[in-house]
Write a protein that binds this ligand. Structure first.
Ligand code: BGC
Length: 797
C-alpha cells in the first residue's frame, strides 16, 4: 500500500511538473509590462484572447486617445512634419503611440516591389538599402504561386529587420488599360491570377511576423484624377472582375489590413463607402482585419469613420478636429470610435513593435538578391524566337548592345512603388557577369551620350514623380553597319518607365518613338545583311504596341522590369542557363483602339476647376469614367468578340516544346466537384517548365457569358526531355458561376460546360465537356454598390 501511495505521489508530482511545462509551452509569446505597473495586464498578455485584450485596452484609454489612434501621425513631406519621431526614416506612416499604456507606434511602409525606406541616414555611415524584387506583373507572369510566396518571405524578412510592422502591399488592381501608370505594381487583367498571386505573397510576407495591406480597394485603374474620379461600374463587373481578386486574397490569406482606394465607385469614395467596406468586405467575405485609407484619400473624415475605414493615413490635424467635433456634437457615436480603435489595436497587438522585437537593420540582402534573380528569370517571357536565335552560343566574341536602356536597366516603376536598392544590374553588366564580351566602343558612345543628355533634364518638382529619361540615342545607318561588320549579334533594349501620379501616353510610350523604330530598322537591316541575328529585350512595366515592328528582329524577350538583378536574369535566359517559362498575364493588343476600355479612358471631366490638396498639390478635376465594357476586360473581350491580338493572354515560348494528351474528367456530369487531368510531356531537347491553363466556357442562359474564363493554372516542375507529368485541376461549384445582379447571387446555370486546357488562351490543346443538370446558387451577396446612374444602355451586359 505504502509503495502504491509513494508511487501515486511520484506520478502526481510528475504530472504537476508536466502541466507546468505544458503551460509554459502554451504561454508561447512572452508578454511585457508595458505600462510599468508591475503586472501583466490583460491587454499586455500576448497569450490571452485578443477580443478581451482589445476590450481591456479600450477601457483604459481616454476618448481623446482613441480618437488620436484612428488618425495617423502625419508624414514628413513637403514642409509638413510627422508628429512622432519616425522610427524608420522614409517609411510612409506611423500610428499614434498610446503612452499611458506603453503601446508603441507601428510603422507602415511601401510597397509592392520591395520595401521603400530611406537608404541613408544622418549621423551614420550605415546604409539601409532594400532588395528591388521584380515588379508584380513579372511575378504574375511566372504563374507560380510558390515563387510569389518565396518573394513574400524574403520581403517580409526586410520589413521585419528594418523595423517596419506593416507592408503597404501587395497591390492587385486589374489591368483595365495599358495606359494606367501603376500597372507595373499590379498583377494581371485576370482576377483569378491576380488573387492567387496576392494570397501567396501575403502568406509569404506574413509568415515572417509582419503585416500586409492589400491595395487599392477597389477599382484604382488609372492615375488621371485618381483622387476624385468616379468609376461607374456594373455590379456584375465589380463582383466578377474588380472585387474578385480581393475576395480570393481574403479567402486564401489573412491580410492584416486592406487599403481603400482613392477613387469613387458608383458615386462614393472607396474610403467613405459602407457598401464596399462593410457589406462586401465584412458581411459578404467575413473580413476581420483593419482598413486604412490611401494617403490623403477622401474628403470626409467622419464619413470614413462611419464607413468602416478604421485608420486615416497619413493623418492630418484637420481630420482629428473633424472627428473630435463630430463626437462632441453627437454626430459620430463613440461606439464607432471604439470599434475602429479596437480593430487598429488588434493589428498593433500582433506587430513586431508591440512584441518588442529587436530588429537588426541587417536583413538577408545577399540571399534575397538570389531570390530576386531567380524570380525575375521565371517571369520573363520569350515572345519570339526564330531560327533558334536564342539561346546564344557561349563563344560569341563581340556583342553589340543598342538602346540607352541596355546600359541603364529599369528595375521597377516610380512613386511609392519605387525601391531604394543598392544597385541595378543592366543588360550589359549581366552579359559581362556571364563572361560575355560587350562591344566597348559602342558602350562608350552610349555612356557619353547619356551623361550629356541626362544632365540636361531637370529633377521633377514632386520627388515621387518620374524623371523623364534621355531620348533614345539616334543610331545612324553607318554606326549600325560598322557594328554589324564587327559584332556577332545585336541586342536592342527598349525601355519604359511609369508610376504613380500620371498615366502613360499613347505616342512615344504605348507606341514606339520614331527613333526607336528607326533604331530597330537600321540595326536589323545591317545585321541581317551580314547574316547575323538581332534580339530585342523589352525592359518595360506594361503593354506596348508591337505588331508594327515585331517581324523585324529574330527574337524578342519581354524581360519586364526585373528588379535589381534584372540584367543577370536576362542573361541567364539569353545564354540558356534558364529556359524561359513565363507567360503573359495581360494581352498585347494590336492597337490601342482595340482595347475595350479605350473609348472610356480616362473618362470625362465634370468641371474645369483644378482641385488642390490640403498640402497645396493639384490633385485633379471632378471626373467620371464609365466602365462600359462591363465584364469584357482583356481576353474576356478579345476572345468573345474574335478580335485579333499581337500576343494573347497566357502566351509565352520556351526553348523546348510540350505535348498535351490524355485529358480525363472524373465525371461527365457535375456533382459538387469535378477533376480534370491532362498529361504534359516535354517533347524537345532541353529541360523546361510549362504553365498549363484551364479555361471554362459556361452555357449562355439568363446571363450572357464570355467565350472563356481562366479557372485554373499550374506550372509543371522542370521536365527533362521526354519526361511527362499529369496535371490535375479541381473545379468547385464557385468556379462555374457568374454574378446575377438581379438575384445578388453567384449562379451556375444548368447546361453544358466546356473545359479548354492549353498553353495559352488561344493555344488550346485539349477540350472536354460536362453537364450541370440543375442550376446552382453558390454564393449569395448583399445588395451593394449599385450604380447611381444607369449604365445599361451603355453597357453590353
Ligand atoms: C499610394 C499608396 C501608398 C501610399 C503611401 C499613396 O500615394 O497610392 O499605394 O501606399 O501613398 O506611400
Amino acid at each position: 500500500m505504502k509503495i502504491l501511495l509513494r508511487n501515486m505521489k511520484l506520478i502526481n508530482s510528475l504530472l504537476i511538473i508536466m502541466s507546468v511545462l505544458i503551460l509554459n509551452c502554451d504561454q508561447g509569446i512572452p508578454s511585457r509590462d508595458l505600462n510599468g505597473n508591475g503586472t501583466i495586464d490583460l491587454y499586455e498578455d500576448n497569450n490571452a484572447e485578443v477580443e478581451k485584450r482589445v476590450e481591456d485596452a479600450l477601457s483604459r484609454m481616454t476618448l481623446d486617445e482613441k480618437i488620436n489612434l484612428v488618425v495617423g501621425q502625419g508624414m514628413s513631406f513637403g514642409g509638413a512634419e510627422s508628429k512622432v519621431e519616425e522610427r524608420v526614416p522614409g517609411a510612409a506612416g506611423n500610428t499614434y503611440p498610446i503612452e499611458s499604456l506603453g503601446i508603441p507606434t507601428i510603422v507602415l511602409a511601401d510597397g509592392p516591389a520591395g520595401l521603400r525606406i530611406q537608404p541613408t541616414r544622418e549621423g551614420t555611415d550605415e546604409t539601409f538599402y532594400c532588395t528591388a524584387f521584380p515588379i508584380a506583373t513579372l511575378v504574375a507572369s511566372s504563374w507560380d504561386t510558390e515563387l510569389a510566396n518565396n518573394i513574400g518571405k524574403a520581403f517580409g524578412n526586410e520589413v521585419k529587420e528594418y523595423g517596419a510592422d506593416v507592408l503597404l502591399a501587395p497591390a492587385l488592381n486589374i489591368h483595365r488599360t495599358p495606359l494606367a501608370g501603376r500597372n507595373f505594381e499590379y498583377y494581371s487583367e485576370d482576377p483569378l491570377l491576380a488573387g492567387k498571386m496576392t494570397a501567396a505573397m501575403v502568406n509569404g510576407v506574413e509568415s515572417q511576423g509582419v503585416g500586409t495591406s492589400v491595395k487599392h480597394f477597389v477599382a484604382n485603374n488609372q492615375e488621371t484624377n485618381r483622387m476624385l474620379v468616379n468609376a461607374v461600374i456594373s455590379e456584375r463587373a465589380l463582383r466578377e472582375i474588380y472585387l474578385r481578386g480581393f475576395q480570393i486574397a481574403i479567402k486564401e490569406s489573412d491580410p492584416w489590413t486592406v487599403m481603400s482606394a482613392y477613387n469613387r465607385i458608383n458615386g462614393k469614395f472607396a474610403s467613405q463607402n459602407p457598401d464596399l467596406l462593410q457589406k462586401v468586405l465584412r458581411e459578404d467575405w467575413g473580413y476581420e482585419g483593419m482598413v486604412m485609407t490611401d494617403w490623403f484619400a477622401g474628403n470626409d473624415a467622419v464619413a470614413q469613420m462611419e464607413a468602416g475605414n478604421e485608420l486615416l493615413m497619413p493623418g492630418t490635424d484637420q481630420q482629428l478636429e473633424e472627428i473630435r467635433n463630430a463626437v462632441e456634437s453627437g454626430e459620430l457615436s463613440e461606439e464607432v470610435i471604439d470599434l475602429n480603435a479596437g480593430r487598429i489595436l488588434n493589428v498593433i497587438f500582433r506587430s513586431p513593435a508591440f512584441l518588442g522585437y529587436e530588429y537588426s537593420n541587417n536583413p538577408r540582402l545577399e540571399e534575397n538578391a538570389i531570390t530576386a534573380r531567380k524570380a525575375a528569370a521565371e517571369g520573363m517571357i520569350l515572345l519570339k524566337n526564330e531560327n533558334d536565335a536564342l539561346p546564344i552560343s557561349g563563344d560569341l566574341a563581340d556583342i553589340a548592345a543598342f538602346g540607352n536602356t541596355s546600359y541603364k536597366f529599369i528595375a521597377g516603376g516610380t512613386g511609392s512603388g519605387d525601391v531604394n536598392e543598392a544597385y541595378t544590374v543592366s543588360l550589359v553588366e549581366g552579359l559581362q557577369n556571364a563572361g560575355l564580351t560587350v562591344d566597348e566602343a559602342l558602350m562608350e558612345t552610349y555612356q557619353e551620350y547619356m551623361e550629356i543628355e541626362n544632365a540636361k533634364i531637370p529633377e521633377p518638382e514632386n520627388p515621387f514623380m518620374l524623371k523623364p529619361s534621355a531620348p533614345e540615342m539616334k543610331v545612324s545607318k553607318a554606326l549600325a553597319e560598322e557594328m554589324a561588320a564587327k559584332a556577332d549579334i545585336a541586342f536592342i533594349t527598349i525601355g519604359r518607365n511609369s508610376g504613380e501620379f500620371a498615366d502613360r501616353e499613347l505616342d512615344g510610350d504605348f507606341y514606339l518613338t520614331q527613333r526607336e523604330k528607326d533604331m530597330i530598322n537600321v540595326v536589323t537591316d545591317a545585321f541581317h545583311a551580314q547574316d547575323k541575328k538581332v534580339v530585342v529585350i523589352l525592359n518595360i512595366g506594361n503593354v506596348i504596341e508591337m505588331t508594327s515592328w515585331n517581324s523585324k528582329p529574330d527574337a524578342i524577350l519581354l524581360s519586364w522590369q526585373g528588379g535589381q538583378e534584372g540584367g543577370n536574369a536576362v542573361s541567364d535566359i539569353l545564354t540558356g542557363k534558364v529556359n524561359p517559362s513565363g507567360k503573359l498575364p495581360t494581352t498585347f493588343p494590336i492597337k490601342f483602339d482595340d482595347i475595350p476600355s479605350s473609348k472610356n479612358f480616362p473618362g470625362e471631366d465634370l468641371s474645369e476647376e483644378m482641385i488642390m490638396s490640403d498640402m497645396g498639390f493639384p490633385i485633379g478635376r471632378e471626373s467620371q469614367v464609365v466602365y462600359e465594357e462591363g465584364i469584357y476586360v482583356g481576353y474576356r473581350y478579345f476572345n468573345t468578340f474574335d478580335v485579333p491580338v499581337t500576343y494573347e493572354f497566357g502566351y509565352g515560348l520556351s526553348y523546348t516544346t510540350f505535348d498535351y494528351s490524355d485529358i480525363t474528367l472524373t465525371s461527365d456530369t457535375f456533382d459538387g466537384s469535378l477533376e480534370a487531368t491532362v498529361k504534359v510531356q516535354n517533347t524537345g531537347d532541353v529541360a523546361g517548365k510549362e504553365v498549363v491553363q484551364l479555361y471554362l466556357t459556361a452555357p449562355d442562359g439568363t446571363l450572357e457569358k464570355p467565350a472563356m474564363e481562366l479557372k485554373g493554372f499550374d506550372k509543371t516542375k522542370l521536365l527533362q526531355p521526354g519526361e511527362n507529368v499529369n496535371i490535375t485541376f479541381t473545379l468547385t461549384p464557385r468556379l462555374l458561376t457568374s454574378y446575377d445582379s438581379e438575384r445578388n447571387a453567384f449562379v451556375a446555370e444548368a447546361g453544358t460546360y466546356k473545359i479548354h486546357i492549353g498553353a495559352s488562351s488561344r493555344d488550346i490543346r485539349k477540350t472536354a465537356t460536362f453537364t450541370l443538370e440543375k442550376e446552382l446558387i453558390v454564393e449569395t451577396t448583399t445588395n451593394a454598390m449599385v450604380p447611381e446612374i444607369s449604365i445599361n444602355e451603355l453597357s453590353k451586359n
